[in-house]
Design a protein around this ligand. Structure first.
Ligand SMILES: C[S@@+](CC[C@H](N)C(=O)[O-])C[C@H]1O[C@@H](n2cnc3c(N)ncnc32)[C@H](O)[C@@H]1O
Length: 316
């Protein structure tokens, strides 16, 4: 992992790289989809093994950067600016079949905490950069920003968002405080939201573990980018693209998306039983055991803290 850090400068240390390589088994002439290209950390591992990578990312900056770092790989790296659900759908329409698909969900570290130069262009994903505008669109062509949601959604809808996407115990109080605050002054920056979070969770009572703003900002990001809907749409499309022996490898970072992936895999990989309960048809899919980061990885890559790798394999 440290080697990657040096290679990529501050860009992005690929999370659970060993597990991803084991899951996807890249080699020359195999074709992979990387639905979340980001800084290309994982994609390079596949490309360096000689594979072809069809990369998607909904962030235009990511696509522009890939034009630079991807040059040495020539035709073996094909990058498209697209949401991965749209990208997978287009491949299904074209009857493409692939050896593996990677979805490394969420944000890359440079979207979250780029250096000072990038801070000016920050999109408000992090509660630690209080001057950033509350935007949070991963795709800048999308119309609704985080500030739009806070300034226009009614209290019930905001409450539901905080419950659904942050499992936020104080969701109701938070939504109420948001509505009260915006009647004085509309939400503009990350700092405006942080102030409200800190009213609901006064710091003097101490924050035993992680700052609640982390999950609250994440809830808004999920809403702005409609992340769970997109994932639900993408999962069945991904399976349709797998050749026999092909594998879908998903890295999740929070319990909502992890539960969705786990449930989807379980429902797919079930054997059909006959009327007396004997296996009539073996499922063509096998679920691999869930993997979590090693202690060694956590030392060099704290972003892996909440990562889970889930692989499903098409056997026949
Ligand atoms: C965690 S990063 C990927 C990092 C990458 N695996 C690496 O090693 O450099 C996630 C990337 O996926 C992109 N992304 C998130 N959701 C997406 C979606 N629904 N469709 C396309 N790209 C998405 C983000 O813009 C971000 O660049």
């Amino acid at each position: 992992m440290m080697e990657n850090k040096q290679d990529f400068g501050t860009v992005h240390v690929p999370v659970m790289a060993d597990e991803v390589v084991r899951g996807l088994a890249p080699e020359a002439d195999k074709v992979f989809v990387d639905g979340t290209l980001g800084g290309g950390g994982h994609a390079r591992l596949l490309l360096d093994a000689g594979a072809v990578v069809l990369g998607f990312d909904q962030d235009k900056d990511v696509v522009a950067r890939a034009g630079e770092w991807g040059k040495p790989y020539g035709e073996r790296l094909r990058v498209t600016h697209a949401n991965f659900a749209e990208g997978l759908d287009a491949l299904v329409q074209d009857a493409v079949m692939v050896d593996g698909i990677l979805l490394d969900l969420g944000m890359s570290s440079d979207q979250l905490d780029g250096d000072e130069a990038e801070a000016a262009d920050g999109r408000g994903f992090s509660y630690k950069r209080t001057a950033d505008p509350l935007d949070m669109r991963m795709n800048v062509d999308a119309t609704t920003t985080a500030a739009d949601i806070l300034n226009t959604w009614d209290e019930a809808k905001l409450t539901q968002m905080f419950f659904d996407y942050a499992e936020e115990p104080r969701g109701r109080a938070l939504a109420k405080a948001v509505v009260a605050a915006r009647s004085e002054r509309p939400f503009k920056t990350s700092g405006d939201l942080l102030q409200i979070v800190e009213k609901i969770y006064p710091l003097r009572f101490g924050l035993k573990r992680s700052h609640p703003a982390g999950r609250i900002f994440q809830a808004l990001r999920i809403a702005v980018n409609d992340e769970l809907t997109v994932l639900a749409r993408a999962l069945p499309l991904a399976l349709q693209l797998l050749k026999p022996g092909g594998r879908l490898c998903i890295i999740t970072f929070h319990s909502l998306e992890d539960r969705m992936v786990k449930k989807f895999y379980k429902n797919i990989a079930v054997d059909e039983l006959d009327s007396v309960g004997r296996v009539a048809t073996l499922s063509p899919y096998k679920i691999w055991k869930k993997q979590m980061p090693t202690a060694r990885e956590l030392e060099v890559n704290p972003r892996a803290r909440s990562a889970h790798v889930r692989v499903i394999e098409r056997i026949t």
